[in-house]
Design a protein around this ligand. Sequence first.
Ligand code: NAD
Length: 367
Amino acid sequence: MKSIGVGVIGTGFMGKAHALAFAAASQVFDLDRRPHLTALADADEARARHCAEHWGFSRATADWRALIADPEIEVVAVATPNYLHEEMALAALAAGKAVYCEKPMATGLDGARRMAERAKGRPTLLGYNYLRGPAVGLMKSMIAAGEIGEIVAFKGRFAEDYMADPAVPHSWRCVRALAGSGALGDLGSHLIGFALHLAGDVQAVAGEVATIIGQRRTADGMTPVENDDQVHAVLRFANGARGVIDISRVAWGYKNHLAVEITGSKGTLAFDQERLNELRLFRPGDSGFTTVLAGPRHPPYGAFSPAAGHQLGYGDLKTAEIGHLLRGIAGREALYPDFAAGLVIERIAAAIERASAERCWVDLAEL
Ligand SMILES: NC(=O)c1ccc[n+]([C@@H]2O[C@H](COP(=O)([O-])OP(=O)(O)OC[C@H]3O[C@@H](n4cnc5c(N)ncnc54)[C@H](O)[C@@H]3O)[C@@H](O)[C@H]2O)c1
C-alpha cells in the first residue's frame, strides 16, 4: 500500500487528536494510501521531539516552515491557536500541500476570505469533526428523505464551562488579535456549521454578544477580556425556517453540550453531542420521543464496530474526519466543509457580531 506524507503543527489538545486520527485512519477505513506520520512541529522543540517519539512521527521540528517545505509531506494539519491558522494555511497552500486546518478558520472575516480565495481548486478541510457523528449523519439523511417534512425551526445550543470560573487565567483565547471572537468563534462556529448542514442557507441574523467575566488574571495582574463569553442569536433561513442559537463558554455544568433540535411539519429530531451515539425522534402519533442508538447502519459507525450501541467517542469522529480528508484528496469525495464552506460560517459569525453592535437585523448579503 502506498503512503501519503503527513505533517502536523501543534502538540496540544488538537495536535494529539490529529496524530491519533491519522495513525488510525487506514486501520478503520479502506483508503487508497496509508498516512505516514512524517513530521511534527511545535514551538517548544523539546515537546515536539518528545511527542514525535511517542506518537510515531519520523521527525520533529520547532520550525513549522521547515515542516511545510518538507518534500515528503503532502498534507499539512494546522492544530495551533487561531491567530496562526491563516499564515500557516496560506504557506502550506503556496507550497502545494493539501491543508487540514482547525476551526475557527481565522481571527476575522478578512483572513477567512484570503484563505478561501487562495484555496480555490485545492484540497482543504476544516476541523468540524462533530458533523462526522453517526447520529448527525442519520439526522441529515432523514431530513433529506423528507421524514420530518418541511423544516420549520432550528434550535441550537453549544454550552461549555471551561471559562465559567473567574479564576481561569487570561490566555490567547481572551485576546481579539489572537483568538478573534470568543465563544462565538470557538463554539459557535460548530453550531453554525450544524445549522447550515441540517437546516440550509442562512439569510439574515439578529443577535447579542456579551462578555460575562470582564477581566482575568495574568502574571502582571488583572487584564481585560477582549471578546465574548456568551452569544444569543436569531436566524432566518433561506427556506423560510427560523432558528435560535445560544452559545456560552461560561455555562456551569456543561462540557460539550452541542445540542440541536430540528422541527419539521411531520416531526422533530433532537441530538446532543454529550450523548453522541443517540438520536431522539418524534413523529405524530408517537406518545413521546424515541431514542435511536447508533449502530453499523449509521455511517461511519460500522467502520469502527459491528455492534450497535457499543458507542463511538470524540477521537473516532476525528478519525472519521481524516478518512473523509484522505478520500477527498484521492478525488473520491467532495471535501466539506472546505475553506469556501468555512467562509460561509465566518460570515454568519461576523453578521451576528455586527447585529449585536448595531442592534439590528443583518442580511448575509451585506457581508
Ligand atoms: N475541532 C475541535 O473539536 C477543536 C477542539 C479544541 C480546539 N480546537 C481548535 O484547535 C486549535 C488548537 O487548539 P488546542 O486546544 O489544541 O490548543 P493547545 O493550546 O492545546 O495547543 C496549541 C499548540 O500549538 C503550539 N504552537 C503555538 N504556537 C506555535 C508555533 N508558532 N509553531 C508551532 N506550534 C505552535 C503550542 O505549543 C501547542 O502545542 C484552535 O484553533 C482551537 O480552536 C478544535
